[in-house]
Write a protein that binds this ligand. Sequence first.
Ligand SMILES: Cc1ncc(COP(=O)(O)O)c(C=O)c1O
Length: 423
Amino acid sequence: MPPLSFRYDAQGVACIAGARIPDLASAFGTPLYLYDEGELRTRLAQYAAAAGAGNVAYASKALLIGRIAKLVAEEGMLLDVVGQGELEFALRVGFPPERILLHGVYKSFAALQRAAKEGVGRVVVDSMEEIAAIGKAAREAGRTQEVLIRLQLGIDPHTHPSLSTSVPLSQFGITIEDGQALEAVRRALAEEGVALRGYHSHIGSAIEELEPFRRAAEALGDFAVHAHAGTNFWPEELDLGGGLGIQPEAPAPLDVAQAARDGLAPFAADLGLPLPRLMFEPGRYIVGPSGITVYRVAGRKKVGDGRTYLFVDGGMSDNPRPALYGAYPEMAAAREGGDETELVDVAGLHCETGDVLARGVRLPILQTGDFLLALDTGAYNHSMASHYNRVPTPPVVFVQDGVARPATRRDSLADWLRFEVGI
Ligand SMILES: Cc1ncc(COP(=O)(O)O)c(C=O)c1O
């Protein structure tokens, strides 16, 4: 799904947020990450309408740059960060610490100390041994650290195995059946400096159905009842993580929030206890369809079986997702072509057979130097970009009402040479 503002103008030139894409590509160079700022705000607002702005933590791993942190802060939302790297970045760009949730399958003690010192809103406990460390860091800082416990619910979200994070044997969350989760609740309640607020679960990413979210809410409700029987603790908050997909048939945030409420309500009602505050951590849903990548066609080649490779001036260094888990983006030409089209595979410039961005796509006949667009590439590309083959990371440019505002610049050989030692 391209940004809603994506269209071809009367001259057949592709536009985003009212600006002509080839003009932007000529001004900023390629590859180029373009974001429709209005669409980012609209998507954040959809989640705010579904759950309340203060209950939505944008998952910054999907794209963490200063501009997006600012936008999330302006919309009154929370920020989910992973580990000390994202935490430091969020703090340095001025995101309010009390609105940050710190995640990580493992968190260094330094990260926990920093979180405690800065007054980070929530730390999400991902292992039993972390509880004592969180307590120690909080006591050192003279604070109480509010926490959620991440549970492994054993739910299959019907997505790619690499994107399923709460299935049995996953490394994320604390398991329930073997009693570890209940023990974690006991320990968190007993640990000085730790205040348990509730539970967390993120079942996976790119989920296109409603049912897994309802089942996750039911499993959280079931555990909450079980833990209440053992400890008398009833959660104030339940965080269902992110994971909503972006295909046209995927449910809307409102539907997900409603399914979660429906799943939970009977458990709270049975005990006569209040429905906990429901929280969400969307990443891909916010930035995925809001962003596109612009490439320049760098050449073409025919191979044995007659297929044509169209080469572009980027690839797995700026868009690793096709190589990682077969997430091929939709491709579009930057100018409408004539009637003649061809079937091509789009390959990147890297020394990897897997560096193919699209297989068997029909495009107008493109020549070297033409621009080619990869749609739906706003999530997990800039954040997972690499310098493989010493290729620079493309700049991020936000566009609104026809006006382009650069948010990051392209890095360069000069930047990298600063890290060299002894040459
Ligand atoms: C704990 C947690 N929350 C939220 C997200 C965001 O997921 P998505 O981008 O699919 O919404 C992730 C993704 O890995 C995650 O691990």
